[in-house]
Design a protein. Structure first.
Length: 274
């Protein structure tokens, strides 16, 4: 008898949570397709009298949003793939290889994740200037690959530390090398966890603002968050164009998350090792 009311209470709480989370996105989308006249007369919560797309078109053309979108996609996708690859290699050595000083190495990886970006920006800026990578997408890709890879190494080391050794011993008896064991056994079995890391690395890198703002100063290399942040103080941007810019910045990340939602859910629930 108590399951019915309890279930409805949970569903109601989830519905309220969904409304609270989606309300800001709905307001942004509403104002992005509203004309300046509709916004001035009715405010941000009023319904538009018609579909007004000039704000989106004007913002796209003003900032060259296609190039910014391409830059963000290239940087985020490259970092996600490379950071997962780096994490797998490091975690395989630390979690399964049991290298000497493993605990202290993991502590260093953990401390690396706690350092604020403000403390890293000047040394990284100096190094990028010295090697000629300043104002290039490659510099940002390398930096975030290391940053995200440090977190991935710390996480995967704990996961691979509990990997069934009987499977690897059986493969070694059959003549499989350590490299073959990694790519043919460890990676396929750990693929749910690796997929989760890939998705989070992509979204985290997509939303990064501070370091790309420092390292990407030209219009041809800037990412979407940098373009949005730089233009927020532009006097030529009205409220509807600002909403259009926010909508264009949000949609790609939301679309990526929705596309891989089932994969993400399966990776969280299944775990890395069965």
């Amino acid at each position: 008898m108590t399951r019915g009311p309890g279930r409805w209470a949970v569903l109601f709480a989830l519905a309220v949570l969904a409304v609270v989370m989606l309300l800001p996105f709905a307001i942004v989308a509403l104002n992005a397709v509203k004309s300046p006249a509709d916004y001035s007369s009715g405010g941000p919560l009023s319904l538009p009298h018609g579909l007004y797309l000039d704000g989106i078109v004007q913002f796209w053309e003003r900032v060259g949003f296609g190039q910014k979108l391409l830059n963000s996609l290239v940087i985020s996708a490259s970092v996600a793939v490379l950071a997962v690859l780096l994490s797998v290699l490091n975690a395989y050595a630390l979690g399964i290889g049991r290298v000497r000083g493993r605990l202290w190495i993991l502590v260093l990886f953990l401390l690396a994740n706690t350092l604020p970006q403000e403390a890293l920006v000047y040394p990284l800026y100096y190094l990028a200037k010295q090697v000629g990578l300043y104002d290039s997408r490659l510099a940002v890709i390398i930096i975030f690959t290391v940053i995200q890879g440090a977190f991935g190494t710390y996480l995967l080391s704990a996961v691979l530390g509990d990997f069934p050794r009987a499977i690897m011993e059986a493969a070694a008896i059959d003549g499989a090398s350590r490299w073959r064991i990694l790519w043919r056994i460890v990676v396929p079995i750990s693929s749910p966890t690796l997929t989760v890391l890939l998705i989070f690395f992509f979204i985290w890198t997509w939303n990064e603002f501070f370091l790309p703002l420092v390292f990407l100063i030209s219009n041809d290399t800037q990412t979407v968050p940098v373009a949005l942040g730089v233009l927020q103080g532009d006097k030529m941007m009205d409220a509807t164009m600002s909403s259009a810019s926010a909508l264009l910045g949000i949609v790609p990340a939301v679309a990526f998350f929705l596309i891989f939602q089932r994969t993400l859910t399966r990776g969280v629930t299944v775990g890395a090792v069965k």
